[in-house]
Design a protein around this ligand. Structure first.
Ligand SMILES: [Zn+2]
Length: 491
């Protein structure tokens, strides 16, 4: 993890306090309280009905799948799930919220008291608390750009109204922009593994607001916080926090006061701008949603959700490190997505030596991908191809040098291992007499090494294997060659 870009000198005197609010759209087929399709990218104002538009007389019906997904996410984030939670109306007016209120949860959220472990700059593990996870619905979208008359008009797309969301609020436990970055990375990782959201930030499926303040080291009381809103990548959030910490320290050191406000980050300029001051918390006049009964989760439902929870990224990495003899970094590469990790493990299990599959994937294929700057998912060599290579190597049907040559061709021509192997299958010398003849020549030419072997230096057998491999132009059957070299040297 890179060191924070906030000047170390500032950090010796001031301590940042950061809390994150993350909104995540759930991947349900339909919306939270009506049967409209929950889909990104449809023609504007086509997936709408009286309920999600809040027309008089329309009644919401809770989507069971949304409750399932929200519960799965809560459990994956180590939260305590409430058996009885309450929907509440959060009243405010905004053009893209035609109902005049948002259905959310207030004092009885679905889940509380969770946590995520993150690694910090010094390599230790730090636990970041999760205050709450609640269900709510998304608002529509105001389109301020992209139309000929955008200078004077705002357009509304209400397709997003009623999209099921979970909001995950962290404790103010985060102390550096890097910790914030780590927390978000882990959070996204976990949510992707549970499959409750695609967490696509470009499409707005995952959105993050950050609360940040600074206080002199040693001071118990929090400083005045600013909220940085809707930054659309984790890198930008880190940069926005870095900027904001330095800005607040400057304000304090020049004798001013930080004002409580909402600020927007401009990625091109790398700075935040004041959007509106927030003297007081908004008075949303929350009250229990009269059109929806309390959400009651039975012990059976909770047990079923717990059973449904997949192995989560952190646990999976730990297990894979042991199963495949991996480094921490390699384990991260193989668990980059649940789909890829599943694909790898399913294939590796069929191989004679699963560790060898991991090794070839990470080093031979991984190295070539890295050199080309392409992702594992775009590799011309499939996981099945890697298993085939590993098995051939294990059975001694190809040497590692031949395997490398085949991989070179695969990457050159964009083909999988199987077809290239079939076409360029190395002509192997499996004739014992022919190999023995080559070994005899090498033994005759290297009496000193023979002496060393017979004096007890058994590892020098590798020297003879290498020499014969070279004189056979890499075509001697590797396993046969190994056996024969030992036999000859012993004899
Ligand atoms: Zn609807």
């Amino acid at each position: 993890m890179p060191a924070s870009a906030v000047s170390p000198e500032v950090l010796t005197r001031y301590e940042p306090v950061i809390g994150l609010e993350v909104h995540v759209q759930l991947l349900t087929a339909t919306k939270a309280f009506c049967g409209c399709a929950n889909r990104f990218g449809a023609e504007p104002n086509t997936n709408i009905c009286p309920t999600c538009l809040g027309l008089p007389g329309a009644l919401p019906v809770l989507n069971a799948k949304a409750v399932e997904f929200a519960t799965l996410a809560s459990l994956a984030l180590n939260c305590e799930v409430r058996e009885r939670s309450i929907f509440a109306r959060k009243n405010y007016f905004y053009p893209d919220l035609p109902k005049g209120y948002q259905i959310s949860q207030y004092d009885k959220p679905l889940a509380e008291h969770g946590w995520i472990d993150v690694s910090t700059a010094d390599g230790s593990i730090k636990r970041i608390g999760i205050t709450r996870l609640h269900m709510e619905e998304d608002a529509g979208k105001s389109l301020h750009e992209g139309f000929p008359d955008s200078a004077t008009h705002t357009y509304l797309d209400l397709n997003r109204c009623g999209t099921p969301l979970i909001e995950i609020v962290s404790e103010p436990d985060i102390r550096t922009p890097d910790e914030a970055f780590e927390y978000l990375t882990r959070l996204k990782d976990i949510l992707l593994y549970t499959g409750v959201s695609d967490c696509n930030m470009e499409e707005g499926s995952l959105r993050c607001d950050a609360n940040v303040s600074v206080r002199p080291r040693g001071q118990e009381e929090f400083g005045t916080k600013a909220e940085v809103k809707n930054v659309n990548s984790f890198k930008f959030i880190r940069a926005a926090l870095e900027y904001e910490i330095e800005r607040q320290v400057d304000v304090i050191e020049s004798g001013g006061h930080v004002v409580q406000e909402t600020r927007l980050y401009n990625a091109d300029e790398g700075r935040t701008y004041s959007m509106r001051s927030k003297e007081q918390a908004h008075d949303y006049r929350y009250f229990p949603e009269p059109d929806l009964p309390p959400v009651v989760l039975t012990p059976e439902f909770l047990a079923a959700m717990k059973a449904k929870l997949p192995e989560l990224p952190e646990a999976r990495r730990k297990r894979m490190i042991a199963d495949y003899d991996l480094t921490e970094k390699d384990a991260h590469t193989l668990t980059v997505s649940r789909e890829f990790a599943d694909r790898f493990e399913a294939a590796a299990k069929t191989a004679r030596n699963p560790r060898r599959v991991a090794n070839i994937l990470l080093n031979e294929v991984g190295g070539r991908l890295k050199a080309l700057g392409i992702h594992l998912d775009q590799s011309p060599v499939s996981v099945a191809g890697i298993v085939q290579a590993a098995d051939l190597l294990d059975e001694g049907k190809i040497s590692s040098k031949q395997m490398k040559q085949i991989f070179d061709v695969c990457f050159e021509k964009g083909e999988d291992f199987g077809p290239v192997y079939e076409r360029e299958k190395p002509q192997q010398i499996t004739d014992t007499a022919a190999i023995e003849k080559l070994i005899d020549e090498v033994i005759a030419a290297n009496p000193r090494q023979v002496e060393q072997y017979r004096a007890g230096k058994k590892t020098i057998a590798g020297f003879f294997v290498g020499q014969v491999m070279r004189s056979s132009k890499g075509q001697a059957h590797p396993a046969l060659l190994n056996d024969l070299v030992v036999k000859k040297l012993e004899g």
